[in-house]
Unconditional design. Structure first.
Length: 204
């Protein structure tokens, strides 16, 4: 019984520390996001892309997509600014946990990722798709843009909570699995993203 009681206390302590850390990271990201309308732009674009992809009339599809150009430009601009401002922050506040274990960042940085670098990856991916540097057709470009946005949102949820929760939210909100979002983004985003989430987090 004493051993079980000790395990219960240990589990309770870990949960409390995790919850506190999650609140701190959530508050930090929320503070950085406050000056922008990134979520609003994402909601508008996702809704418009889904309507366009459901259109059987190519002209109507193109019309819907053309009306989103301003929102796309605004999203790319605001997310670039967010990444630039977030990059000014210092670790350990900018580290996300690959494993939900308190203080694991102090034991080994390889179990964390640097959100500063991850936001930069997403900013570049969104800008690349908005500019359509790969010359994608409208339908393919819409799919890629949604992939870039969904993966970026996944990273934000992972930073605040955990990868498991982020993946579950993506399925619940967008009916999209984590692996599908990874497949949808550009090869450049996918490669850079993998480099950040697999590499050790810097100390400064």
């Amino acid at each position: 019984m004493e051993f079980l009681s000790l395990l219960f206390l240990l589990a309770t302590g870990i949960h409390w520390l995790n919850t506190r850390g999650q609140r701190q990271r959530t508050a930090l990201l929320a503070e950085q996001l406050r000056p922008y309308q990134i979520e609003k732009h994402m909601e508008q674009l996702t809704s418009a892309y889904m309507r366009a992809l459901g259109e059987t009339d190519p002209e109507r599809q193109q019309q819907i997509l053309q009306l989103q150009e301003q929102a796309e430009q605004q999203l790319a601009h605001e997310f670039r600014n967010l990444a630039r401002e977030f990059a000014k922050l210092s670790a350990p506040a900018t580290r996300g946990f690959k494993l939900a274990i308190p203080y694991i960042d102090q034991l080994s940085p390889q179990f964390t990722f640097d959100m500063r670098r991850l936001l930069e990856v997403h900013a570049q991916g969104i800008e690349r798709t908005v500019s359509n540097l790969h010359g994608l057709a409208p339908k393919e470009r819409s799919f890629r843009m949604m992939g870039e946005m969904f993966l970026m949102q996944h990273s934000c949820h992972w930073f605040c909570k955990s990868k498991t929760i982020a993946s579950a939210r993506m399925v619940a909100q967008h009916q999209t699995r984590y692996e599908q979002a990874l497949e949808a983004v550009s090869p450049e985003t996918r490669q850079a993203y993998a480099g950040v989430v697999r590499a050790p987090s810097p100390q400064h």
